[in-house]
Design a protein around this ligand. Structure first.
Ligand SMILES: NC(=O)c1ccc[n+]([C@@H]2O[C@H](COP(=O)([O-])OP(=O)(O)OC[C@H]3O[C@@H](n4cnc5c(N)ncnc54)[C@H](OP(=O)(O)O)[C@@H]3O)[C@@H](O)[C@H]2O)c1
Length: 345
């Protein structure tokens, strides 16, 4: 029997990707998709790619009924504000927001400038990146979302961290280039086409909130993020720079990346000597849950450059969320997530 899943915030960009994945997933049936604005309208009115795939209509969030797994794809603060109600409706919740990502309420004060409205729930959510918490997610009831910039940064850094290759007495710097869909479906002055098109815009050179998530996930205390908006709709490319803890060869780096990727069905190493796609590139990952990681070593200085490309709406949000659900419900971890991306695109 199929697992009944519902999506709250289904008219948004992450909600749309969740629907695309869940409607085609072999082990689940989509029960409800909510939207306040579009209640009563067909899914394809918000997500034209879903025309003919489902005859489901959006329902108002107040009409949400019990189901097995509830996906929340809501603006910041909304999931935490109503978590008791949602938990009363479903045995399992997979959130996509930042509301349950950080374990320490003090981090919400510091990075989000506010008190967490439901701190007692923080310890109940497993941080929803299977590449870090696979075993904790198996059978879990509640999984948090992942930040897209944080996910690209974490997957760039984890092979090095796990192998103990980074000199932790020196800062680790990460630059993340991101596409416009990261801002969600609601338009703003800065997303207006003449302002956004062609942009290479320093969006958050310092102080980005996902820094907290990267510190929590990697254990690196002196890691710093800068975020730049670039001419992409989907995609995030993290370029992390760290210095080696001691003498390091490219062979040892290969071993570290292989050891990390071996256990991760959606992580691929991209490092070619020739050709166009010698390092990870988000363009060919659009719609895919794969994260491509690669590296370069500057022998002279011991500087390691580690690169990770993802689709922010997939590995950085909906794809990881469905991967979490698969683990939580005892399904094949890769179920419904096999799409490898497109080339050419
Ligand atoms: N975009 C990304 O790349 C990305 C990546 C990782 C994580 N995330 C996180 O995922 C979440 C969703 O992001 P998004 O980009 O999909 O945002 P979005 O496009 O703005 O969509 C937000 C959705 O939330 C609904 N909504 C708003 N307030 C609500 C409420 N009080 N109760 C119920 N539904 C409500 C909206 O429904 P209506 O139709 O009623 O307006 C809409 O469907 C955010 O927390 C974001 O931080 C986003």
């Amino acid at each position: 029997m199929s697992i009944r899943v519902s999506v709250v915030g289904a008219s948004g960009y992450v909600g749309g990707e969740l629907l695309r994945l869940l409607l085609l997933h072999p082990g689940v049936a989509v029960a409800q998709a909510t939207s306040g604005r579009l209640a009563g309208r067909y899914l394809h009115q918000a997500h034209p790619n879903l025309r003919g795939i489902s005859q489901l209509q959006f329902v108002h969030p107040d009409k949400l009924e019990p189901c097995d797994v509830l996906f929340l794809a809501l603006p910041h603060g909304q999931a935490a504000a109503s978590v008791g109600r949602y938990a009363g409706l479903a045995e399992r919740i997979v959130d996509c927001s930042a509301d349950f990502r950080l374990g320490d309420p003090a981090d919400y004060r510091r990075w989000y400038g506010e008190e967490h409205p439901a701190p007692e729930w923080l310890g109940r959510f497993v941080y929803g990146l299977p590449e870090i918490n696979r075993e904790q997610l198996r059978g879990a009831r509640y999984a948090s979302g992942v930040g897209c910039n944080a996910t690209a940064s974490n997957l760039a850094l984890l092979p090095l961290v796990r192998a103990g290759l980074i000199d932790v007495t020196r800062p680790v710097l990460v630059e993340v280039k991101v596409g416009s869909s990261e801002g969600g479906a609601q338009s703003s002055e800065s997303s207006h086409h003449p302002e956004r098109a062609g942009a290479v815009r320093s969006f958050a050179p310092v102080g980005h909130r996902h820094t907290a998530e990267v510190r929590q996930a990697t254990g690196l205390r002196d890691v710093h993020l800068s975020i730049t908006a670039v001419e992409l709709v989907r995609g995030a490319l993290a370029t992390a720079q760290a210095f080696a803890a001691g003498p390091l060869s490219e062979k040892e780096l290969w071993q570290a990346y292989r050891a990390f990727a071996r256990a991760q069905p959606f992580v691929r190493i991209v490092k070619e000597r020739q050709g166009t796609y010698r390092y990870p590139e988000p363009k060919i990952l659009a719609g895919s849950n794969y994260a491509d990681i690669g590296f370069a070593l500057d022998d002279e200085s011991g500087r390691i450059v580690s690169i990770c490309a993802i689709d922010n709406l997939m590995k950085g949000a909906a794809g990881s969320a469905v991967q979490c659900m698969n683990l939580m419900c005892g399904l094949d971890e890769m179920a419904g997530l096999g799409f490898p991306g497109l080339h050419p695109i």
